[in-house]
Write a new protein. Structure first.
Length: 135
């Protein structure tokens, strides 16, 4: 899938100089890259979804290992990831229990949903592109 190709432009400049009895030929090569705004937007969407999914995955691992919520790092991860996991708590009759080893299914559902939403939003940025533009 090469739909995220960057457009590159290469420019070569040649100069000829004479110093005394010697001719000097110099070349300078400049390469510039330009990325379509839709591709940048897709990358941002995928990046944000990746961060959210990573936080939820870390939450699952910490809950499985019964990590101590008294630790500042664990508390930070629980607080941040809890914002993203909370919309899915009502799907299964589950209340988060900290300090016990538990498998939080709502976080797994959240990872799947956030990934699907990210793919859907990212595809919106290529709706106006022809198929041969994406190849």
């Amino acid at each position: 899938m090469n739909e995220e190709r960057d457009q590159q432009t290469t420019e070569v400049k040649e100069t000829n100089e004479r110093q005394g009895n010697t001719n000097i030929r110099r070349q300078s090569v400049t390469t510039a890259s330009k990325v379509d705004a839709g591709i940048v937007a897709r990358r941002v969407v995928y990046y944000l979804a990746g961060v959210i999914c990573a936080l939820l995955t870390l939450r699952i691992v910490l809950l499985l290992l019964a990590a101590n919520q008294g630790s500042a790092f664990v508390d930070f991860i629980y607080a941040i990831s809890g914002l993203f996991a909370s919309p899915f708590y009502g799907i299964f009759s589950y209340q988060p229990t900290y300090g016990q080893s538990v498998f939080e299914v709502s976080s797994v559902v959240g990872i799947v949903i956030y990934a699907l939403v990210a793919v859907g939003i990212a595809k919106l940025f290529t709706l106006t592109k022809r198929d041969d533009d994406l190849a």
